[in-house]
Write a protein that binds this ligand. Structure first.
Ligand SMILES: [Fe+2]
Length: 244
């Protein structure tokens, strides 16, 4: 089975469509979305409609999705403004979709979540050493897939040491270790923050036991123009072409 794993679309329809087109050519069997479908960008409802057309997919809730349905979150000013803007525009269909997203799922001996295994009770970022250890402590599965950081990466634990690969190159194929435990982060579709503006996603090939990393170019200018035209904070538009 080939699972396309993607996250942090953030209402960026141009990036989402480019990713889907790219993944179609990669013979994907199943899509697993790790959340943050909305927030920041100008097309929340269109992105949700597009995701709903991906038959048989799994959808995990992100902190921005959770906030858009009314949960309280401490967010920086521009993120909070975008959530407010989004809330005022969500259709009933979109609201129902966001409310029905799962906290986490297990598939093929792997755990899939947005930020970490805590679901909606804690949105900590898996990055610092202490949080990596905590994540391994909280889970039993060998492989964990997450988003939230907007930076693609691989963390492998071997003999209580952690080996970190940040931002694997487009086309990189990384073995899913058979003995060690790993955390794969798929990066972000709609707002990468690793200096590369291209949409980021991964494919987990369970037969070959490898994870493929991909980057996809999309129309950053159009997505940015829509943000400006919508009256959303300017910084949210400017960061797209920088990947920051
Ligand atoms: Fe996000």
């Amino acid at each position: 089975m080939r699972l396309a794993i993607f996250s942090d679309i953030h209402s960026n329809l141009e990036a989402l469509q480019a990713f889907i087109d790219h993944s179609f050519k990669k013979k994907v069997n199943l899509y697993v979305c790790l959340g943050d479908v909305v927030g920041y960008g100008a097309n929340p409802n269109s992105c949700i409609n597009t995701l709903q057309s991906l038959q048989g997919s799994h959808f995990i809730v992100g902190n921005h999705d959770n906030a858009a349905t009314g949960a309280n979150h401490n967010m920086v000013k521009d993120a909070a403004a975008a959530i407010l803007w989004t809330k005022e525009r969500l259709t009933q269909n979109s609201l129902d979709f966001l409310k029905n997203m799962r906290e986490k799922i297990e598939l093929s001996n792997s755990l899939f979540c947005h930020a970490n295994p805590c679901g909606t009770s804690d949105w900590y970022y898996i990055g610092e050493k202490s949080f990596i250890s905590r994540t391994f402590y909280l889970t039993k599965v060998k492989t964990l897939f997450a988003g939230h950081t907007h930076v693609a990466s691989v963390i492998t634990r071997k003999n209580f040491l952690c080996f970190y690969i940040r931002k694997p190159e487009d086309g990189a194929v990384i073995p899913a270790a058979s003995l060690n435990r790993q955390i794969f982060n798929c990066g972000s579709i709609g707002q990468p923050r690793d200096g590369d503006p291209r949409a980021s996603y991964i494919i987990y090939d369970t037969d070959k036991n490898v994870v493929e990393f991909y980057r996809v170019t999309y129309n950053y200018d159009l997505a940015a123009k829509k943000i400006l035209d919508a009256g959303l904070p300017k910084s949210l538009a400017l960061r797209l072409a920088k990947g920051s």
